[in-house]
Design a protein around this ligand. Structure first.
Ligand SMILES: [Zn+2]
Length: 172
């Protein structure tokens, strides 16, 4: 298995670092194309494409060759994708994110909250302890709560990152 350009993480990475137009541009670059050819394929304006190409080139994920037209001083640029560079950048990015997520997970599981059954405001352990685990608003007993929705979101993201890292690593 290999991460393809259609992978949501590739889309997210390119979108974040070079913009959504840039993602549309690289998706059509399976072979070398000129600005005009890219414009036809993406239906983006040539000036939008040039801006996207500049950002992609700055990221190092595309290269060009230029050719001078026979009877003018105009150069034609043909752009090529460097998929291995995208993989490299993505790998670095995902490893970094995995560390951040692990720290976030630690934080989330490290803070314990207490809440009554009436849905009043949740309190951190220290405060709940001061109130003798009785809700200061309604007087009901408070029990321990984990913010399971937030944790689930982090867990899901970690899963996606791990899975993609596995694919990238196997890809070399
Ligand atoms: Zn309450």
């Amino acid at each position: 298995m290999k991460l393809t350009l259609a992978s949501p993480l590739v889309r997210e990475f390119i979108g974040k670092n070079a913009g959504n137009d840039a993602y549309r541009v690289i998706k059509c670059l399976s072979k070398g194309l000129t600005d005009e050819q890219i414009s036809k394929k993406t239906r983006l304006e040539v000036n939008e494409i040039r801006a996207a190409l500049n950002r992609l080139h700055y990221l190092g994920v595309i290269v060009y060759s230029k050719e001078k037209a026979a009877r003018s001083n105009w150069y034609t640029y043909t752009w090529f994708l460097k998929p291995e560079r995208i993989n490299e950048l993505l790998l670095d990015n995902l490893q970094e994110e995995r560390e951040k997520l692990a720290r976030k997970m630690e934080m989330e599981t490290g803070y314990v909250f207490f809440k009554c059954s009436n849905g009043c405001e949740k309190l951190p352990f220290e405060l709940a302890f001061e109130y003798d685990f009785k809700c200061p608003e309604c007087g009901n007993p408070m029990s321990q709560q984990g913010d399971s929705r937030e944790l689930k979101t982090i867990e899901k993201r970690i899963e996606l990152v791990e899975r993609s890292l596995g694919k990238l690593a196997r890809n070399g």
